[in-house]
Design a protein around this ligand. Structure first.
Ligand code: PEP
Ligand code: MG
Length: 550
């Protein structure tokens, strides 16, 4: 009988295909002394490993899309640097074994790049990846990083980091399965951006083998190994029906009786821009600007930021773009903005608090947004992450306006902000509920931990209570209140959120079709009745079941 493993399902769809595993970085074996007689052969093997790694990267660059090809070619160039091979060879001729010689040579180059700072320091991650690949090639171990089996595959990994996934080719990846990760982890967010079914926090993922056939069901949160052909065919038919349902309704979001609910997209990187702009949406509800700052030794310049924001505003000409200012810290650490000595980074200087420590960081960002907005027809709104008290919202709004930007808002991600949403709304033009962090802080549950997924479930009635408070405060003050956390991507939850008083939903482009269809099937009164049911439920599972039954 086929084995079925469970985890946290992401995305409503399913897909079947052969497994390709992402291998971990190779562990260095115990050091081995190389005698003078063996040294030339060992040195030649080291050079050959570097040559093969470069050739492999060049091959992949030739087959990749523009942005990915550039990254891969640049990496291949690094691998062919003669100084690197010379240094590794010298170490081998001195008696160091090949693997340790490679690691040491790469280590020296790494230190050099770090010392050079700026752009060079940002390349250390690429160098680390090259080191791992070269050592793996030399030792005959599986190649770390994304697999390239040459055919579509189900990617199975321990976990995925943003750097792993920048090169992921959506045409080749059918589904994602990770052993770790929670409902709002990077893998979960990425899966939604790519419109892929995923199961994260799947503890059995380690038992899956390369080439093994699996059926991944994002709606059920299951991974079935060696499924029967009939099971695969039934899942494909269900998937087809789901896609057709999502494509049925087009245009601005509204309930069956015409109550408007703005449907917006979340945007997390410039390479997502073409898909985001092409989606049937009224704009961007959450533009996560961290991508500009990540993997860097220092903040991007005013000019660089302006150019990036302008690109987004141009792509969304005539539509709304809600720019979220830098949300550094905790799950998004930045070397130049995040203190390394905090014991609880999620409770530390993160989000808007970073601006208190380094006001110039925020001022430069606001100046860049204002400059890019100048002359653009995009309706530019700006909001702050991790606002905790009304004073922070008021200071932020004043600063935004001082930069000539007209619309300022605050994210509601901390329970205190939801409890005092009325006071926040007095100084803000809008509020946006970040349910990912709001759940984390309401339930004191680390959002990156798959084992706490039940607490982080957006159907938790206590979380819905906080959303209701924020929405009611917005309504009382005539301010729109959106939801831009992962909760907004759940088509079953969307009518509930609208029933709680939420005025817009922002999610990955691939999720909007089903959300739009779900809203079109309910009147506003239906939505309110569903919200009442969900709030009255004793737990998340009952809330979901009650609403699905209604
Ligand atoms: C959230 O916390 O819900 C949110 C939208 O912000 P992020 O996921 O980027 O922290
Ligand atoms: Mg957040």
């Amino acid at each position: 009988m086929a084995a079925v493993m469970t985890g946290i399902g992401i995305g409503g769809g399913s897909a079947a295909g052969p497994v390709a595993r992402m291998a971990p970085p190779p562990a260095l074996p115990a050091p081995r002394a190389v005698g003078a007689a063996d040294a030339p052969a060992e040195a030649a093997a080291v050079r050959e490993a570097l040559r093969q790694v470069a050739a492999d990267l060049e091959r992949r660059a030739a087959a990749a899309s523009d942005a990915a090809a550039e990254v891969l070619s640049a990496q291949a160039l690094m691998a062919t640097d003669p100084a690197l091979a010379d240094r590794a060879e010298a170490l081998v001729l001195d008696g160091t074994d090949g693997a340790h010689a490679l690691a040491a040579a790469f280590g020296e180059f790494r230190a050099g790049l770090e010392a050079a700072g700026g752009y060079f320091a940002e390349r250390v991650a690429d160098l680390d990846d090259l080191r791992d690949r070269s050592v793996a090639r030399l030792l005959g171990l599986p190649m770390p990083g994304l697999p390239a089996p040459g055919h579509p595959y189900v990617l199975v990994a321990d976990d995925l980091a943003p750097a792993d996934t920048a090169l992921l080719d959506p045409a080749q990846v059918l589904a994602l399965v990770t052993r770790r990760g929670g409902p709002t982890s990077h893998t979960a967010i990425l899966a939604k951006i790519l419109g892929l079914p995923a199961v994260v926090g799947c503890t059995g993922a380690g038992t899956l083998a390369d080439g093994q056939s699996v059926l991944v069901d994002g709606a059920a949160g299951t991974v079935e190994a060696d499924p029967l052909p009939q099971t695969v065919a039934e899942a494909a038919a269900r998937e087809d029906r789901r896609r057709r349902r999502a494509a049925q309704v087009r245009g601005p979001g509204r309930t069956a009786d015409g109550h408007p609910v703005k449907l917006l997209v979340n945007l997390g990187a410039l390479h997502e821009l073409p898909t985001a702009a092409a989606a049937d949406s009224e704009g961007v509800g959450l533009f996560r600007t961290e991508f500009l700052y990540l993997d860097r030794a220092q903040a991007p310049s005013l000019e660089e930021q302006t150019a990036a924001y302008r690109e987004v505003f141009t792509a969304f000409a005539g539509r709304r773009v809600v720019v979220r200012t830098l949300d550094a810290g905790a799950d998004k650490p930045l070397p130049f903005a995040t203190a390394a000595d905090e014991q609880n980074p999620a409770l530390g200087v993160r989000g808007l608090r970073t601006a208190t420590r380094d006001p110039e960081l925020l001022r430069t960002q606001l100046a860049a947004i204002a400059e890019a907005a100048e002359g653009s027809t995009a309706e530019v709104w700006v909001m702050a992450p991790m606002v905790s008290v009304p004073g922070e919202a008021a200071d932020f709004s004043a600063l935004v306006r001082a930069h000539g930007l007209r619309v300022a808002g605050a994210m509601v991600e901390v329970p205190a902000a939801a409890l005092r949403a009325g006071s926040l709304a007095q100084s803000c033009d809008f509020l946006s509920v970040g349910t990912n962090d709001l759940a984390q802080y309401a339930f004191a549950a680390d959002r990156t931990l798959g084992s706490l997924a039940a607490l982080l479930d957006p159907w938790q009635p206590a979380l819905l209570d906080l959303v209701r408070m924020a929405a009611a405060a917005g309504e009382a003050h005539g301010r729109p209140v959106g939801v831009c956390g992962e909760a907004a991507a759940d088509p079953a939850l969307a009518p509930v959120l609208v029933g709680l008083g939420v005025t817009s939903l922002s999610a990955a482009p691939s999720c909007l079709g089903e959300v739009r269809a779900a809203l079109a099937a309910r009147t506003l009164d239906d939505c309110r009745a569903l919200a009442t049911r969900a709030l009255a439920a004793p737990d998340a599972a009952t809330a979901r079941a009650e609403v699905l039954r209604s």
